[in-house]
Design a protein around this ligand. Sequence first.
Ligand SMILES: NC(=O)c1ccc[n+]([C@@H]2O[C@H](COP(=O)([O-])OP(=O)(O)OC[C@H]3O[C@@H](n4cnc5c(N)ncnc54)[C@H](O)[C@@H]3O)[C@@H](O)[C@H]2O)c1
Length: 253
Amino acid sequence: MALVIVTGGSTGIGAATVRKFAAEGFDVAFLDTNVRDGKTLASESHWGSLLFLETDVSSKSAVEKAVNAAVEKFGPPVALFANAGVHRPTSIFELSEEDVNFHIDVNLKGVLYSVAAVAGFMREAKSGSIVLMSSDQAFVGKPGCLVYGATKGAVAQMTKGLSVEFSPYGVRVNAVCPATVRTPLTERVFQQVAEADFDGDLDAAWAAEAKAHPIGRVAEPSEIAEVVFFLSQNSSAFMTGALVPVDGGLTAQ
Ligand SMILES: NC(=O)c1ccc[n+]([C@@H]2O[C@H](COP(=O)([O-])OP(=O)(O)OC[C@H]3O[C@@H](n4cnc5c(N)ncnc54)[C@H](O)[C@@H]3O)[C@@H](O)[C@H]2O)c1
């Protein structure tokens, strides 16, 4: 068995990825602030073991502590999925410092701290795969998403910088860039969209979002997990520094 670390694994895309790796026989340690869903997921039984570690990824020392605890239990990590993220509507016309810090602390610092916590182990092992969670918003702008989009663009750039820095050590770094996926995060966002633009009709808001994707629907979390899994395996051995759209054609338009 080999250790995989997933941040933001309690729900949504992270939880689907935790299940995918565990079903494939990996031991998975997942770091999240959501204790209720984290504990429920950790109680599931899969081929590989699951370890939930209550951790706020915006704290460097907390992430280090959690990763070290996972390594103590399972050995050095072979893969990291730095996925934890937050999103709330922002606009340049009503910009608060709190909104800026909220996004940067988790979506940017959280990714840096997560990578830093596994970096030494992977350098020593001279192997490893890191997948960062970016977004379609690395390529396109969306209304109400100014600060969120800025953090995801930064993660895309980080993917390139890290891939160059890690390549001499046999460690690959890629990013997934999903368009809309139905998760607790987007359920909250589309509740607000429905209230603002669709007279509170949530189904109509989701239907309009589906139409924005050439493929005619939004994604399921497991469809992103499959790509993350592929990027962490030897079948993608010549890929590093790649920003991989998983977006039903949204950014092809
Ligand atoms: N859902 C989409 O349409 C979509 C599209 C592109 C990118 N993303 C990105 O995918 C990632 C996962 O989002 P999701 O849609 O599955 O939503 P989600 O809310 O289900 O998952 C995010 C997880 O991150 C955790 N988290 C939040 N702040 C944290 C912190 N400080 N420390 C540790 N964990 C924390 C949450 O508790 C949650 O479990 C995010 O980075 C998001 O920006 C989502």
